[in-house]
Design a protein around this ligand. Structure first.
Ligand code: NAD
Ligand code: UDP
Length: 357
């Protein structure tokens, strides 16, 4: 097999998938504009994958480019012959921000994807794995969520995933030249157990786990629990958290499945189990060895009480089942949080994101 191009490969999920692909002996190309990631992640990916300097040079390439720049994309494919599959992670991903800046979300996510599909077509690259989300399921579906459920959204970010899925399905249907897998992630958390890579949100995190990790690190004062009056066992919201290394393995399985398949297929990537906000906080307290301050505040607008996946299709068709539990997710997230806090460049995001001289 040729090489695998990872758009957004320097980001949270892309970097963990990169490590898993390197473990499976693939050659990878990371294409990123570093709008939400650091250049130093490339070196940390190579170290996590235990590559020698020679191996890192021959098996990992970096293309710094923006998906909005068509010429740069064409050049990326021209200078990287032998791309066999694209895994498309790149995109803006914050639900709340998408409500405030819808144009930026539609522009970056939709135009970026259309440019990518055009460049793939021109370069004769016919396989695509796309980062979709559980947010494409309509809110009135009962849990667990099945792949065949009605789709919809409630915010611009979710609509970009909905629309991109539709664009990819239509192109696959019209054109024998493209086959694709749409992966609908539930709630990815955790980090590689070696602790050198992980989620690195800028500013105050919106998602629960990175917020809890920052409270544990003393960077934020207390956890805000968004409602404890839901119809759930302890009254707090329930989600299907999946370890990011399980998710990475899911991508490798999806990509390998695509090798001899045509058409377009969607799969849930989750564990099929729900965990409440309080259960997650307790698991993190065990991981970091201290009680974490929290207070119940009002419900967050738009939140659903319970979301979890039916994961039978991925198990049956891709042979993929997540194996890591919530404790491992919290242990690994805490190890990364401590490394991140001590990392050179921790206070220098700007510098780290600037163009190297
Ligand atoms: P991330 O922000 O860490 O990674 C995305 C990467 O894409 C970043 O490195 C960013 O610099 C890059 N990027 C963004 N726009 C770009 C552009 N125009 N050109 C080139 N690079 C660009 O996000 P992540 O958590 O790793 O998520 C990856 C994908 O998975 C996203 O598409 C996201 O919507 C989707 N997803 C994430 C979650 C989650 O909870 N993290 C859940 C469901 C789906
Ligand atoms: N949540 C919370 N406090 C926070 C962030 C999230 O109580 O600071 C809750 C939220 O209401 C939901 C769960 O934690 O029930 C997961 O939220 P997250 O934003 O991580 O994922 P999503 O809601 O997008 O699935």
């Amino acid at each position: 097999m040729g090489s695998i191009l990872l758009t957004g490969g320097a980001g949270y999920i892309g970097s963990h998938t990169a490590v898993e692909l390197l473990r499976r002996a693939y050659h990878i190309i990371i294409l990123d504009n570093f709008s939400n990631s650091m250049r130093s992640v490339i070196d940390r990916v190579c170290r996590t994958a235990a590559l020698s300097e020679t191996d890192a040079k021959s098996r990992v390439s970096l293309v710094e480019a923006d998906l909005l720049d068509k010429a740069a994309l064409a050049e990326a494919f021209a200078s990287s012959p032998g791309v066999d599959v694209v895994i498309h992670f790149a995109g803006l991903k914050a639900v709340g921000e998408s409500v405030e800046k819808p144009w930026a979300y539609y522009h970056n996510n939709l135009v970026g994807t259309l440019n990518l599909l055009g460049a793939m077509n021109a370069a004769g690259v016919s396989r695509l794995v796309f980062s979709s989300s559980a947010t494409v399921y309509r809110a009135d579906n009962p849990v667990p969520y099945y792949e065949g459920y009605a789709l919809g959204s409630t915010n611009p970010y979710g609509w970009t995933k909905f629309m991109i899925e539709q664009i990819i399905r239509d192109i696959c249907a019209a054109n024998e030249g493209l086959s694709a897998v749409l992966l609908r992630y539930f709630n990815p958390i955790g980090a590689h157990p070696d602790g050198l890579i992980g989620e690195d949100p800028k500013g105050i995190p919106n998602n629960l786990l990175p917020y809890v990790a920052k409270v544990a690190a003393g960077e934020l004062d207390e956890i805000r629990i968004f409602g404890d009056d839901y119809d759930t066992p302890d009254g707090t919201g329930v989600r299907d958290y999946i370890h990011v290394m399980d998710l990475a393995e899911g991508h490798a399985s999806a990509m390998e499945y695509l090798q001899d398949r045509k058409g377009c297929c969607a799969f849930n990537l989750g564990t099929g189990r729900g965990t409440s906000v309080r259960e997650l906080i307790r698991a993190f307290e065990t991981a970091c060895g201290k009680r974490l301050p929290s207070k119940v505040v009002g419900r967050r607008a738009g939140d659903l009480p319970v979301v979890y996946a039916n994961v039978d299709l991925a198990a049956k068709v891709l042979g993929f089942t997540a194996s890591r539990g919530i404790e491992e997710m919290c242990d690994d997230a805490w190890r990364w949080q401590q490394y991140r806090a001590a990392m050179p460049g921790n206070t220098e995001d700007q510098e780290d994101n600037s163009t190297p001289s």
